[in-house]
Write a protein that binds this ligand. Sequence first.
Ligand code: FES
Ligand code: MG
Length: 601
Amino acid sequence: MQNPPPSPSREVPRRLRSREWFDNPDNADMTALYLERYMNFGLSLEELQSGKPIIGIAQTGSDLSPCNRHHIVLAERVREGIREAGGICIEFPVHPIQETGKRPTAGLDRNLAYMGLVEILFGYPLDGVVLTVGCDKTTPACLMAAATVNIPAIALSVGPMLNGYYKGERTGSGTIVWKAREKLAAGEIDYKGFIKLVASSAQSTGYCNTMGTATTMNSLTESLGMSLPGSAAIPAPYRDRQEVAYHTGRQIVEMVHADRKPSDILTREAFINTIRVNSAIGGSTNAPIHINAIARHIGVELNIDDWQTYGRDVPLLVNLQPAGEYLGEDYYHAGGVPAVVSQLIKQGLIHEDALTCNGKTMGDNCRDTEIEDEKVIRPFDRPMAKAAGYSVLRGNLFDSAIMKLSVISDEFRDRYLSNPDDPDAFEGPVVVFDGPEDYHARIDDPDLEIDEKSLLIMRGAGPIGYPGAAEVVNMRAPAKLLKRGIRALPCIGDGRQSGTSGSPSILNASPEAAAGGGLALVKTGDRVRIDLRKGTADILISGEELAQRRAELNDRGGYPYPASQTPWQEIQRGVTGQMDTGAVLENAVKYQRIAQVIGVP
Ligand code: FES
Ligand code: MG
């Protein structure tokens, strides 16, 4: 933590949005109705008509969202900060999202929580909001809603869990699952040993302690300028986390007085900073989906190619699992996001004048931060890996898909990326699975034709096919290959991949098979060629054959996917876009900066 926010003391020159509800002589009937009911939870008439800013706490923690549950405790400190800075606090629930517990996938709930929060921020008497973020999708859902409504908003991360250990080794959330399932499949541990090994990674309240989607999105929220500098990496149970909760409460009151809104912070420069930080931290492949979604809701141009243009050649500096060895506590003690940003500033890779929530620029917040532990955050000239961002691929398999370069092995990198004279592309016969259930049913079938040259394809796992897009592209190799020591096969898919996975995968393929993408046309046994240097991915069949398969697919009515099980699944399928453009509710994008409609002069 650094730079506690300034104490807001000046007079409020502006008529706040909440006055439209609580102090509106032109609409006395409604004012009286609003007042009498809000007084019911203990607010006095004087307070409600005092002109103090009314600050919402968007509470994402609950028993259903254990990753964010600690926000219930932290909210008390946020309230104290709000009150002491002269605000009134109203806390309300956000639709819960828990990444690992939600079926069929938490991806389905991001847009639902977004939509619910938009209605709350728009329709109730709130002048500003504290977004309590943490578990993977809770962070983008909250930021997307704040972008759409555009009232002053600040994010408070719940922070990562403490480090996990097993027999002296660090065990990281998610990452240990992928390792343990290989050990289980190879017969090295039994079911009980498997559960024990995985459970060792979860030592306390908080979100996943690896550089999974949660640590990524909370770090990127800070690099966007939407949370206090130095706040993202503080572990959930630490004293410093309570302190930053208090300062976040104080800061939002100052932001309301200054009328500092998401649109002032979420500029194209802030997004480009964030793409670069994402490479340097080894961020999750879910980041482009969520960050592009936030950009669309605030109305900033950002596309999937920007991730390669600005991010691909940035080196990996943060040595966290799955790309490295350390975990959340180590990241915090090494300096967290400001230490990473400071390294990038020295290389001229950060737009230093990007405004942040505390009213200072990104440069002022981070410029002087030193790395505290160079084992965990490397200096720019001694990175973990060079060019650690994403490659964007395209071809007859899809219009775009990404590959995360920070997790591929040195051998793979040398062979396919680093040596421009080597004509090798990786090429092999594919084994195609239609959704995760099909994969689980067949991967260990002794008759499955598969060897170390095979590529695995997962389709039917995109925003429409598996509503919300499932995190299933990181497929383990079959037991018969694992027992021979072959631990990973390249995977390609139209689903997502957990940020905690280190597989060499090509994912987020857009359009997905269910939206008519080329993945719908591929068959088991086809050869597929991936050329990372050219950025291409193609099925090696003739144009005529491809057209023939396309015609047959159309005759069958398109790629089949399972029926919706809930009303929201059906609604979401009807309006979702594809992952390259954020998988947002397409008809929501035109609603921008809507707080202006009520009460903001
Ligand atoms: Fe919630 Fe990882 S499952 S943060
Ligand atoms: Mg995840």
